[in-house]
Design a protein around this ligand. Sequence first.
Ligand code: TRP
Length: 450
Amino acid sequence: MAAGSDQANWSSRWTFIMAAVGSAVGLGNIWLFPFKAGQSGGAAFVLVYLGFSFLIGVPLLMTELSLGRRGRMSPIGSMKKIAAEEKRSPLWGLIGWSGVLGAFIILSFYSVVGGWTLAYMVKAAMGFQGLDATAATSLFTDFIGHATEPLVSHAIFMGITMYIVARGVQGGLEKAVSVMMPALFGLLVLLVAYAAFTGAFADALAFLFTPDFGKLTPAVVIDALGQSFFSLSLAMGSIMTYGAYLNRDVKIGPSALTIAAADSTVALLAGLAIFPIVFQFGISASGGPGLVFMSLPIAFGQMPGGQIIGTLFFALLSMAAITSSISLLEPAVSYLEHRWKVDRKKSALTIAAAAFALGVLSALGQEGNMLGNVRIFGQSIMDAKGYLTNNIMMPLGGMFTALFVGWFVSRKAMADELALTDAQFRFWYTIVRYVAPIAVFLVFLSVTVL
Ligand code: TRP
């Protein structure tokens, strides 16, 4: 335990990295990234996404980790405490609120998609033999168009998330992530190799890496920004909460770089595993949320050992999703625990139940389902929630966090927390003072005004 703190720490630098990578790597990389890249026309989106992740994402990861480690409370508590120490307005606590609330909204639909992966694990175990593109598509649309299966799997996914968070992040989680993340990585590499030999690999490479900058509309740029923040678990309290459990002797800079590198590597691997199959079988690259579920099963149905590999893949994807969803539940739970002294089990149960209820709307809001025709500003319920969190709350949260640290927290306190060389610190400081707020603001403005 750290001095003056009533909570336990990560047991080592390695378990912290694994937990943070576990939070970052999830459905965002394997489900959302290929689907967004496909809709945005490929390489130009990919490049902008990578640029945002390293130029702005890494400095913001460092910022959130240091705020969390300094505050040692929930995101709300930490922001208020630091604002008070710096003699700034308690309104900065709103950044924490936006994070806790945003994470809660994300959790509500994240768990629905997490449920899809659980259900597909069972489907994979029964075998996808002989599935062609049409059959794979209708398998998916049929599945999400009915109420029972998606709701049951949503409940199971949320239940697992709740169970782990209720037991505390350390014991089970630490052990689980350090095995699961490397396993998922290995399996992805295997799938890329398979796609390279049997799929339309050259087309996929061209699609992902030969940019056509004519496709770079403001909407694509903000999508890339939202994708990068989402994938890195930024601006929603997850990373700040994990920072609160971080030992003082862990170096924040290299940790942030490791997290971002692992995160974008997994996203690119997922793209390289999926797009060769997409192009080979003539699936539409802009197919939306079903892309992963409609493409990979075709490959699993054809490859030798596909039943086992497919089951394993969806099992690991579910686990990657669970190591992310716990970091979405944790901010609100840590708030109830620290601020209102609510028992951890009770708060996990309450918040998970509420997020489940909100998620039901997303599950039933899929095409062909009971609420499939509901439109919020022209979008389905799930898309509207994603738009609110990824395109509005996350950019604003990231921008205000950067402004706070760049202009309202003493420079010396940040320098002590980050322990960088002078040159590194100046670089980080320039990014959080100027580059990140201006870039995020311009991107945000271009979408709201244009
Ligand atoms: N980054 C995770 C993924 O890619 C999802 C996630 C976890 C997240 N915590 C977050 C997204 C906080 C935004 C904010 O699947």
